[in-house]
Design a protein around this ligand. Sequence first.
Ligand code: NAD
Ligand code: MG
Length: 390
Amino acid sequence: MKRVSIFGATGSIGQNTIDLIRRAPDDYDVVALSGGANIAQLAADAKALKAEVAVTAYPERLSDLQDALSGTGVEAQAGATALAEAADRPADWVMSAIVGAAGLEPGLVALKQGATLALANKESLVTAGALVLETAKASGATLLPVDSEHSAIFQCLTGEDIGSVEKITITASGGAFRDWSLEEMAKATPEQAATHPNWDMGQRITIDSASMFNKALEVIETKEFFDVGAAQIDVLVHPESLVHAIIGFNDGGLKAHVGSADMRHAIGYALHWPDRKELPVERLDLAKTGQLNFQTPDPARYPALRLAWDVMEIGGMAGCIFNAAKEEALDAFIDHRIGFLDMATVVEETLTQLSSDNSLIRAEMTLDMVQNTDNHARATARHVMTTRRG
Ligand code: NAD
Ligand code: MG
């Protein structure tokens, strides 16, 4: 029996993880499940999977969760401290699928207690890559990528020497506005941005796909996870979303990972690693697919992408600032307070304002310092937005 916990269980990645676990209930002992405002889903899954504890991120929803779980034997908890405590409960495998910087702490706690951490929460590596990797190293815990591109890279690199890698290319679908002009993108609504051509994902990552902030986060995630230089990373727009990553080796050979756009592949790979087991994903028929297309992303239409290289050059806390500013700008876009293209402007302005502060950028990377920097960057981004509206 594998003891598993799922943080962000009610979200898109969380539900796909539960789908896999439900197919083999005798193989898993569920320790903790966490969610947000969807108490009914959290309680139903906790009951069905006989979890030890269910945690909602929102303390004001604790009594609802307690009511929903009364008489089931599942403990009900709420809030950030309860999340960290749940992550500290011994588990063999922990899924980190909370969206945003809020996912960092439970992941760190799980790594500290030695659990294998399946990392869907890309914000952890962007915000505090060095801290996450050091924490895993110190406890001997295994970190496995779940982002489809990073799972693809990881699979292509198995059995290879990272020293022989010349280039890592990750692909981008181009998101909802792949074929839109800049003028059209300037007027785009959150509802339009939240529809993805190929993947079925949470609202925030779907909008980040349309702006390519998602790809910018993934470029930084690639650098952190695989310890390669910024110049070795490349992005190609690939409208079919079937090739997830391509590794170029020093002998001219390329290895690509190809598969249907179904996150249960990457989740299942991490769940069964180092083995491979049968997964319920569509088998590709390449003859039917016919064509695979690749294009260089247009820098004018995707300014977020350029910022990823700025962040990697600045280093230190730049990733934390970048992500926090992006989360604030995304909230403002979702609330119709700023336009779609304003998000990149706000993030760039925040990064410019804070990157000259060496005591901030070069601060020691502890959880406290990361959370302080995150708060500071959010306040700066909000200020930038207020002054812009002026
Ligand atoms: P989602 O919005 O569908 O779900 C997010 C989960 O996090 C929910 O359970 C929600 O209740 C919880 N949550 C939200 N805010 C929280 C907070 N402040 N504190 C605690 N919990 C909170 O998101 P998703 O699409 O499943 O994505 C989850 C993570 O996985 C993100 O980091 C995303 O970038 C990454 N990811 C997702 C996909 C995908 O296909 N959905 C692919 C690759 C990577
Ligand atoms: Mg991805």
